[in-house]
Design a protein around this ligand. Structure first.
Ligand SMILES: O=P(O)(O)OC[C@@H](O)[C@@H](O)c1c[nH]c2ccccc12
Length: 265
C-alpha cells in the first residue's frame, strides 16, 4: 500500500462504501431520512456554557490497536450522557476502528443528546446515511476533501438539518474551513497522515479562530491537566476517546473534565 496513513484508510473506506451502496440505494436512504425525526441541534448543545465534552465510542485505533471491547455501546453512551457529555461520538469506520452503523443505531436509540457519526466522509452518500441512522452531526476532515467537496458536503449536511464538525490540523486547513463557513471547527492534534500526536499544535491554530465559533480540541486528552491546558488555550469543547473508553467510571471522568475547565477559565 502506498501513500499516507490517511490515504490508506480512505482506500478501505471507499471499498466498504461501494459495498454498502450495492446493498442500499441512495433512494432507499432518502426514504429512511424522511422517516427520521428531525436532527437535534448539536451546535446549540456545543454552545452551552462551560466546556462541552464530545465523548467517543471507540473500540480500537490504527495507532493504539485495541482500546476496549465495548460489548454494549448503548450502555456506554448512557453513562457519557449521565456524566454531562454534550454530544456522543460514534466511530462507524470498520477496518481500522472496529465501528459499525449498528453502533450508531444503538447509541441513537439509547440517548436524547446529539450524536456525531464519526467516519471518513468522502461521498455525499455517507451524509445521507448518517442522517438515515439518526446522526445530528457529521465529521468532515479538511485534509481528505477538496474545497468543492467541503463546500458541497457542508451544504448537504445543513440541508438535512445537521451540523458538521470540520476537522483541521494545519493553518492552511483552518483557513479552508473558515472559507466554507464552518461554525464547529476541530483541531486534531493527531496528524492523520502519520498518526503522530503533538499537543503543541492546538494553541497557535486556536488563536487564529474568530470568537463565536465552537473550537474543539481533538485527541490526546489523557487527564484533567490536558483538559485544563486545552481550555486555557481556547478550546470551547474537547473530543475524547481513549481516556474515556479505558476508564471504569467514564461519567465521573467527564464531570471532572468539565469542573477543571471551569477553574482554568
Ligand atoms: O482517543 P483520543 O486520543 O481521545 O482521540 C479521540 C478523537 O480525537 C480521535 O478518535 C479522532 C479525531 N479525528 C478523527 C478522525 C477519524 C478517526 C478518529 C479521529
Amino acid at each position: 500500500m502506498s501513500g499516507t496513513v490517511l490515504d490508506q484508510i480512505i482506500q478501505g473506506v471507499r471499498a466498504d462504501l461501494a459495498e454498502r451502496q450495492r446493498s442500499v440505494s441512495l433512494a432507499d436512504l432518502k426514504t429512511a431520512v424522511l422517516e427520521q425525526p428531525a436532527a437535534l441541534n448539536a451546535l446549540a448543545a456545543l454552545q452551552q456554557p462551560g466546556l462541552a465534552v464530545i465523548a467517543e465510542v471507540k473500540r480500537r485505533s490504527p495507532s493504539k490497536g485495541e482500546l476496549a471491547s465495548i460489548a454494549d455501546p448503548a450502555a456506554l453512551a448512557r453513562r457519557y450522557a449521565e456524566g454531562g457529555a454534550a454530544v456522543v461520538s460514534v466511530l462507524t469506520e470498520e477496518r481500522r476502528f472496529s465501528g459499525t452503523l449498528e453502533d450508531l443505531d444503538a447509541v441513537r436509540a439509547a440517548i436524547d443528546i446529539p450524536v456525531l457519526r464519526k467516519d471518513f466522509t468522502v461521498d455525499a452518500y455517507q451524509i445521507w446515511e448518517a442522517r438515515a441512522h439518526g446522526a445530528d452531526l457529521v465529521l468532515l476532515i479538511v485534509a481528505a476533501l477538496s474545497d468543492q467537496q467541503l463546500a458541497d458536503f457542508l451544504a448537504l449536511t445543513e440541508e438535512l438539518g445537521m451540523h458538521a464538525l470540520v476537522e483541521t490540523h494545519t493553518a492552511e486547513e483552518v483557513a479552508r474551513a473558515l472559507a466554507v463557513g464552518a461554525r464547529i471547527i476541530g483541531v486534531n492534534v493527531r496528524n492523520l497522515k502519520t498518526l503522530d500526536v503533538d499537543r503543541d499544535v492546538f494553541a497557535p491554530l486556536a488563536a487564529e479562530l474568530p470568537a463565536g465559533l465552537v473550537v474543539v480540541a481533538e485527541s490526546g486528552v489523557r487527564d484533567a491537566n490536558d483538559v485544563a491546558r486545552y481550555a486555557s488555550e481556547g478550546a470551547t469543547a474537547i473530543l475524547v476517546g481513549e481516556a474515556l473508553v479505558s476508564d471504569s467510571t467514564p461519567a465521573e471522568r467527564i464531570a471532572e473534565f468539565r469542573a477543571v475547565a471551569a477553574q482554568a477559565n
